[in-house]
Design a protein around this ligand. Sequence first.
Ligand SMILES: [Zn+2]
Ligand SMILES: [Zn+2]
Length: 236
Amino acid sequence: MADPTSNFASKKIIHEILPVGMLQCNCSIIGDPETREALVVDPGDEAGRILELLAKHALTVKAIVSTHAHIDHVGGLRKMQQATGAPVLMHGDDMELYRHLDVQAAWIGMRTPDPASVDKFLREGDTLRWGRFEANVLHTPGHTPGSISLYLASQPQTKFLAEAGKLLAGDTLFAGSIGRTDLWGGSSEQILRSIHQKLLILPDETIVYPGHGAATTIGEERAGNPFLELPRHSQR
Ligand SMILES: [Zn+2]
Ligand SMILES: [Zn+2]
C-alpha cells in the first residue's frame, strides 16, 4: 500500500494493511498525513507490530474499531487501548460474542486474551471522524449479529481524497466469496441482505478491504462473486 512517510508532499492517505495472528486478520491503519491522526481497525493480535507501524508514521490513534467480535478481530484490543488510550468501538449486537472470548479461544486452541472495555457502541449511520477523514458505519449483520462495515467515501472536492472510496468489509464480503454463517449468531439470509442492500449499492470503483485475504472492488464482486447470485448458498 501507499507509503506515506516518503510521500508527505502529495498528502496521500496513509493506509497500512497488516495481516495479524494465527488467522491472518487484516488489521488496517488509516492515517491523515497532515494531522497525523489515525483509525485502527481490527487489531486482532500482534499489538506490538501495529504499535511499531503507528510509531513509524508518527500517528496518534483516535479510535480503535472492530468490525465484529470474533477473536481474530478483537484479540489485540486491550493492548492497543492500554498503549494508546484511544476509545474502543464496536457494535453492541456483538457484545454477547465478546463476553465469550474464552469460548472462542477454546474453539481455535489459543489463550484467552484479556478483554478491553468497550467505550462506545457503534450503530448504523454513525460517522467516525479523525484527521480530515470520515467513515460511515454500515451495520451488515449475517456473519455475526453485530458485524459492521466502514465506508470512506471518495471526496473529489478535497484533492487529498481524490481517489476511490474504501470499504473495510470485515468478514462480510471477500474477494470471490462471502463470510461464513455457520458460527454462533450467523444467518445466510441476513448476510446476503446486508451485502445487497448496503454494500453493492456503493460505486463500482470502491476498493473493498476484506477481513482476510486480498482486496477487491465492489464492481468486480457485483459482476463475478458466485455467492451473491445463489440465495441460501452462502457458506464460505
Ligand atoms: Zn469473523
Ligand atoms: Zn475473521
